[in-house]
Structure formats: structure tokens, C-alpha cells
Design a protein around this ligand. Structure first.
Ligand code: NAP
Length: 464
């Protein structure tokens, strides 16, 4: 028999997860001109694209244009999509080992980190992850409710997700109505009574995790002013020394916007976004089981042993009224059945994308890319180089003969098994039908699309 990867004996790869890391795995494989490869991508949702569909903010449509490139990859005859199929329930690792030479996990980081402070369990305290998935119409989150009758909302964290949440809460219904935000979220936000939005960062302006375009947008909101207490916008001595010794263009730009906002006067705009630096929540205060305020402590910056600038609590406390609190302190990966997992990092154990045991022993045939490989960092494009590194390892291992030993490498046998386990499997063609229907629904309202937010409606479009 010809070698694996030859025209008559294609390399068979299963990709678990259809977000950016999954699709960059596809494009990287199809760039290998000498290699004949067949790629089957699985996703537990009927719709592909992971966080590009359910995470990227609806008012950031440009960031979603990568879907066109993913479409091109998907058009290759050697690509198949099995949506609505869950790894670990419909299909197991043992199943996949019977049909593929290699399996790559690109499942992202779907859950959030906790603050671990008293009161976090109160009604009105939520993770940003839930809110983001809700306003983006993720079927698992479509039934959640957020009490937008509250006037004050606090968001903990200074990353781009915190900025997304703050912006969605601060925009007018008219601004949001131009986007593909879930219909129910648009309706709820139309009725929103939110007036004050607080963004709470534990470190200073020079350590903010957001990027310049995101902080710039905060100064351009139609009906929300932005303000920053002048003493918190000014750089502390430790940060000043740090930025002098570690020039960083993004941090410089961020500081420029922050300085500008601190000098702004309040106008007659209805809402106010207040950005606070060097503060940490220490408790969510409740009344009748619901959050009413956030107790924060003022931090001071100090230089840690590794040279970075870290926050240290002082004895100065303050209470901010807030009936709704979102923690936005980073995402976390979830372990997958049969795949070695680093619990404290929330990532699959791996070396350059090669899955390994906790003792560092490589696990033949298993790979990973994206946030589940390296943690939740970087922008969409970061996953391109991340997937490239893993695909290179996969090709090297193919050349070295380090592969799984599937029993049946025909395309039909695995498809038959998938269809038996999940009769409602969604192919890429099915997805394109759903896609066209969503876009058509959006046309009448001048919106990019109106999403289907439950699986039943998606299946109905397919006449099932
Ligand atoms: P992130 O960028 O890692 O930011 C997490 C924030 O939470 C940081 O400000 C961090 O502060 C803070 N934090 C962590 N633990 C905390 C604690 N115990 N108390 C208070 N604050 C705490 O994460 P993210 O915002 O979830 O974003 C994830 C990734 O997606 C990032 O790479 C982001 O750039 C990307 N993303 C990009 C876009 C875009 O391009 N528009 C949009 C959304 C997300 P410290 O710095 O002090 O740790």
C-alpha cells in the first residue's frame, strides 16, 4: 500500500472544534502541496466558526470577515463538516482512532475564570462569557436573562472582552440595530435602564490588557461620555520606570487615550462610562440575595521579582453601587474525555501542539491548536501561526511514521457512524443554507444577518 499522504492513501485527520484555530489548521494543511489529506471537522454546534460567530462583538463586523477565508478552505473537496456532533458524547476518542491517522483538538476556552470573592454567587453577578454568548445568540445561552433595569453596572477586568461588554451596554439601540446582535438581546437592550458603566482594572493604565482601537472607540460613543479619575489616569512611579525601560507602542497609544479621557468634561450624553485603575473588587454586597454594590480596594503598584508591575492592596476601600456585575478576567479551557489536561492552566498538555502526558511523554496521533493549546490570548490571527506550528509537527510525525493505526480509512464508514449516532448532523452545505436564510432575514432590516438562536429553528430551515 502507498505511504500515508500519497494520492491513493490520504492522510485522514479529524479536527475537533470549528473556530479560527480549526480553520487555520485546515488552511495550513491544504497549503502542503505534496500531501494528500482529508480533513473532517466536528463541532458540537450546528454552526461553524466558534468565537468568530459567538464571541466577536456584533458591532465589530470587520473582524468577522475572516469567515470568507474559512469558506474558501471549506470549499476544498477534501474537507467535510460534521456540525451538531459532540465529541465525548456522539463520538469518542476511541471511535476516532478507528478512522483517522491524526486527531487535533481546537476547542478553545469556553468558560470563564472566577474572582473568588464573597458575594460572587449573588443574583446579578455574571460572567462576561455568558453575557457575550447571550448577545451573540449562542443557542446554549439564548435563554439567559440579565437585569438591564439596573442603572449601574460594574465590569471587572481591563481586557478586550471587558471593553466589548462595556461598549454593548453603552451603545444606543439604533447603533446596535445595525449589527447581527441576537434579536432578543436587541429588544432587551432597547429597554435597558443602564446609565453608569464602571470598568475596573486591578493595575494601572500602562498594564491595561485592551488594545488601542478598543479604547479609542470608547471616546466615540454616540450617547455615552467617558471619564477616568485624573489620579488613576496618571502613571505611578513604578509604571513610569517600567515604560521607560520597556517601550511598547500599544501601551503608549492606550495611555494617550486615557490621558485624553481623564481631561474630558461631562456633556449632556445620557450614559457615563467610568474607567477605574488600580482597584480590585474584594466583595459583592447583596441585599435580599441580589448584588447592590461592589466593595473595591485601592491598589498600589509594585515591581515584582520578574520585573513586571503588580498590584498590591492598600487599606483604602470604597463602595460602588452596581446592580449588575460582570467578571471579565479571562476565559478558561475545558478538559476533553481521554485527552491529558493541565487543570491549573486550563489547557491540553502539549509541546508545540503535540499532545503529551503530564510526564512529558508524547501521545501518538493527538494534537492541539488555539486557545486550548496556549491559553486565551491574542487576536484571531494569532491562531494562524499557532495552527501552523502544530500542522508542521503533524507533517513531521507523518514523515516519521508516528501515526494512529486506523482500521478503516474510507470516508464513508466514519460518516455512517456519525449519522447513526447523530441523525441531525449538519454538513457544510446545510450550514450554507442556514447562512443564506440568516442573511436574507437581515436584508429587510439592513442588518448583516438575523441569527437563528436555537437548534430547532436551524433544523427547520433545512426542512427537518
Ligand atoms: P485578557 O486580555 O487576558 O484580560 C483579562 C483582564 O482581566 C486583564 O485586565 C487582567 O488584569 C484582568 N484580571 C485577571 N484576573 C483578575 C482578577 N482576579 N481581578 C481583577 N482583574 C483581573 O482577557 P479577555 O479580555 O478575556 O480577552 C481574551 C483574549 O481575546 C485577549 O487576547 C483579547 O485581546 C482577545 N480579544 C480581542 C478582541 C479584539 O481584538 N477586539 C475582542 C475580544 C477579545 P491583569 O492584566 O492585571 O492580569
Amino acid at each position: 500500500m502507498a505511504e500515508v499522504g500519497a494520492e491513493s492513501n490520504p492522510l485522514r485527520v479529524a479536527i475537533i472544534g470549528s473556530g479560527p484555530a480549526g480553520f487555520y489548521t485546515v488552511s495550513n494543511f491544504f497549503k502542503q502541496n505534496e500531501l494528500r489529506v482529508e480533513l473532517d471537522m466536528y463541532d458540537r454546534l450546528p454552526t461553524p466558526f466558534g468565537l468568530v460567530r459567538a464571541g466577536v462583538a456584533p458591532d465589530h463586523q470587520k473582524d468577522k470577515s475572516v469567515m470568507r477565508a474559512y469558506d474558501k478552505s471549506a470549499a476544498n473537496a477534501n474537507f467535510r463538516f460534521f456540525g451538531n456532533v459532540e465529541f465525548g458524547s456522539h463520538i469518542t476518542l476511541e471511535d476516532l482512532k478507528k478512522y483517522y491517522h491524526q486527531v487535533i483538538f481546537t476547542t478553545g476556552a469556553p468558560v470563564d475564570r472566577n474572582l473568588d470573592i464573597p458575594g460572587e454567587e449573588l443574583v446579578g453577578s455574571h460572567s462576561a462569557t455568558e453575557f457575550v454568548a447571550w448577545y451573540n445568540g449562542h443557542p446554549d445561552f439564548a435563554n439567559l436573562a440579565f437585569d438591564l433595569s439596573q442603572e449601574s453596572v460594574a465590569i471587572v477586568g481591563m481586557g478586550n472582552v471587558a471593553m466589548d461588554v462595556a461598549r454593548i451596554l453603552s451603545k444606543t439601540p439604533e447603533e446596535l440595530a445595525e449589527t447581527d446582535i441576537a434579536d432578543y438581546a436587541l429588544e432587551a437592550l432597547r429597554e435597558s435602564k443602564v446609565k453608569n458603566v464602571y470598568l475596573l482594572g486591578r493595575r494601572g493604565p500602562a498594564q491595561a490588557a485592551f488594545t488601542p482601537p478598543e479604547i479609542k472607540e470608547m471616546g466615540e460613543l454616540i450617547d455615552s461620555d467617558v471619564t477616568i479619575p485624573a489620579d488613576e489616569a496618571a502613571l505611578d512611579a513604578v509604571s513610569l520606570e517600567y515604560v521607560e525601560n520597556n517601550p511598547d507602542k500599544n501601551a503608549d497609544k492606550n495611555i494617550g487615550y486615557i490621558t485624553d479621557y481623564a481631561a474630558r468634561e461631562r456633556t449632556d450624553k445620557k450614559k457615563l462610562l467610568t474607567i477605574r485603575f488600580l482597584v480590585s473588587p474584594v466583595e459583592l454586597i447583596g441585599e435580599g440575595g441580589a448584588v447592590v454594590a461592589v466593595k473595591i480596594v485601592k491598589n498600589e503598584a509594585y515591581k515584582s521579582e520578574d520585573g513586571s508591575v503588580r498590584p498590591r492592596a492598600t487599606e483604602v476601600f470604597e463602595e460602588l453601587p452596581a446592580g449588575l456585575v460582570f467578571r471579565s478576567v479571562g476565559y478558561r479551557g475545558v478538559s476533553l474525555p481521554g485527552v491529558p489536561f493541565h487543570e491549573s492552566w486550563g489547557t491540553i498538555e502539549n509541546d508545540k501542539g503535540r499532545v503529551q502526558t503530564s510526564d512529558g511523554e508524547p501521545v501518538t496521533g493527538l494534537y492541539t491548536a488555539g486557545w486550548i493549546k496556549r491559553g486565551p490570548s491574542g487576536v484571531i490571527g494569532t491562531n494562524k501561526t499557532c495552527a501552523q506550528e502544530t500542522v508542521q509537527c503533524m507533517v513531521e510525525d507523518l514523515e516519521a511514521g508516528k501515526l494512529l493505526s486506523p482500521e478503516d480509512t474510507g470516508k464513508d464508514a466514519i460518516e455512517a457512524l456519525v449519522r447513526e449516532r447523530q441523525p441531525q448532523v449538519i454538513t457544510y452545505e446545510d450550514w450554507k443554507t442556514i447562512d443564506v436564510a440568516e442573511v436574507r432575514r437581515g436584508e429587510a432590516e439592513n442588518r448583516p444577518r438575523v441569527k437563528f438562536t436555537n437548534v430547532g429553528d436551524m433544523l427547520a430551515v433545512l426542512g427537518r
